[in-house]
Design a protein around this ligand. Structure first.
Ligand code: UDX
Length: 469
């Protein structure tokens, strides 16, 4: 890993959850001096030892390098981080609150913790996703608490779990929302090595777009982006259902769509439905923002309900293929909401497991990093895919971890009770699975697929798409 010279900038990061830890470690990677604040003792001890409390590729290494170069430190005391900082990044979470839209308890506590220590020369940056209008409220609250104006800039994160460090250091765009020009300039200066891709191991050709706008627009961009992506996925999954019914192949349909530059090829992989910590929460809060503003969020709500319905559709398809699920043994491969993360929030695989169990099946899961689901003790775990498949009446691939692409179905065949594979991510090598004697089913792909192999017309096969997402 390259070593940057110290830049002289000091950054405070309030809240070292998923976003805050990535922000803190990545800014230190650029040579800024960063102090992260985390009030959870266990998480703090982990961070001080150079270990994130969640699985994110590349992050622990970045933490260890930052700590060893004394550019990165963690504390529970906000004053230690805020005093002397050029910028204070608010990275605390704002979960969905069914009554009030978003629960701003952590944001309120963060403001109370920093208020006695901030100065008008500093800039407070809202980084975590907060409802539209929240930055205005942060500025007003800080003014009330301090008696002076503290500039507040909105700088939304677009980090994908599993690729968060890369997304932070090599973004497609960086958004700054605010009207205080010197404050905007200071935040831009922190990002300069990223904006110019000038740090060691930067990608020279990948210069991000810079979007400077007002605070409400910056907040909107984040919600609008997640709503677009989630809606697109809801739509492709609905199209996959139609493909399933009429004998068309969603992979060819997606390739045909993706080659239209107006549409583009990414986020077109049909599957088990979208999940994760952001999409459903952000759409729910965004719909609330719309309603409060007097706008009926018809499409936003449809994207959410279509996703819920799609997960049920996949379950019903599997139940039909299995005959009945009562007393059946199911091997479930992949539990996290997507590969390269251990995050179980709104994980479609967990919901599928719940439905299988409710239908009377015995489910044994395997996941490369998840080793148990706390809320679902009935879900057994095996240490490898072969263990999960032993005695199984059906093997269901629910999360497309790369290692499952290498799975040798010929060695699974003698272990299972029935040779039936349902690939809910259209991920496996269908001819290889069928060649090992399994009945293979995918989502929105014709039943005769295994006999004819992958269709020839693909400009962007699912496996290739995966590598760019
Ligand atoms: C998302 C946004 O991408 C990110 O910009 C934002 O900051 C946080 O929310 P993340 O939740 O980490 O990131 O996951 P993402 O990679 O976007 O995938 C979301 C869901 O969509 C996953 O369940 C994934 O499996 C699903 N997905 C994605 C598909 O089903 N098909 C696709 O083609 C792409």
């Amino acid at each position: 890993m390259g070593v940057e010279l110290e830049t002289g900038w000091h950054v405070a990061v309030i809240g070292c959850g998923y976003v805050g830890t990535v922000v803190a470690a990545s800014f230190a990677r650029l040579g800024h001096r960063v102090t992260g604040v985390e009030i959870n003792e266990e998480k703090l001890a982990d961070l001080q030892a150079g270990k994130a409390h969640f699985y994110e590729p590349g992050l622990d290494l970045l933490l260890r390098v930052g700590l060893s170069r004394s550019l990165l430190s963690f504390t529970a005391v906000a004053a230690e981080a805020v005093a002397g900082a050029d910028a204070v990044f608010l990275c605390v979470d704002a979960p969905e609150d069914p009554e009030r839209g978003a629960d701003l308890t952590s944001v309120r506590s963060a403001i109370a913790a920093i208020a006695p220590h901030v100065s008008p020369e500093q800039v407070v940056v809202t980084k975590s996703t907060l409802p539209v209008g929240a930055a205005e409220w942060v500025a007003t609250t800080l003014r009330r608490e301090t008696g002076f104006d503290v500039p507040v800039v909105v700088n939304p994160e677009f980090l994908r779990e599993g690729a968060a460090v890369d997304d932070f250091l090599h973004p497609s765009r960086v958004v700054f929302g605010g009207d205080d020009v010197p404050a905007l300039g200071r935040v831009e200066a922190l990002y300069r090595p990223i904006l110019d891709q000038s740090f060691e191991s930067a990608r020279e050709g990948d210069i991000p777009e810079i979007i400077v706008t007002n605070r409400a627009s910056a907040e909107m961009i984040k919600y609008a982006a997640n709503t677009f992506l989630a809606s697109r996925l809801s739509l492709i999954n609905e199209i996959a259902q139609i493909c399933d019914a009429v004998g068309a192949d969603i992979e060819d349909v997606a390739a045909g769509l993706g080659t239209d530059p107006r549409i583009g090829s990414r986020y077109l992989r049909a599957g088990l439905g979208w999940g994760g910590s952001c999409f459903d929460k952000d759409l729910a809060i965004f719909a609330g923002v719309a309603r409060e503003a007097g706008v009926r969020p018809t499409l936003i709500e449809a994207a959410r309900s279509a996703n819920k319905a799609h997960r049920v559709w996949v379950f019903e398809k599997i139940a039909t293929l299995a005959g009945s699920l009562a007393d059946k043994r199911v091997a479930l491969l992949g539990i996290s909401f997507k590969p390269e993360t251990d995050d179980l929030r709104d994980a479609p695989a967990v919901e599928l497991a719940q439905r299988f169990i409710a239908a009377g099946a015995q489910v044994t899961a395997h996941d490369p990093v998840v080793k148990g689901v706390p809320d679902l003790p009935e879900l057994a775990f095996a240490s490898d895919a072969h263990g999960a498949a032993t005695g199984a009446d059906l093997v269901v691939l629910a999360t497309e971890w790369d290692e499952y692409a290498e799975l040798d179905f010929a060695t699974l065949a003698p272990l299972v009770a029935r040779r039936l594979v349902i690939d809910t991510r259209n991920f496996l090598d269908a001819p290889a699975v069928a060649g090992a004697g399994f009945e293979y089913h995918a989502i929105g792909r014709p039943g005769d697929l295994p006999h004819r192999g992958r269709p020839g017309g693909h400009t962007m096969p699912a496996t290739a798409q995966r590598s760019v997402q």
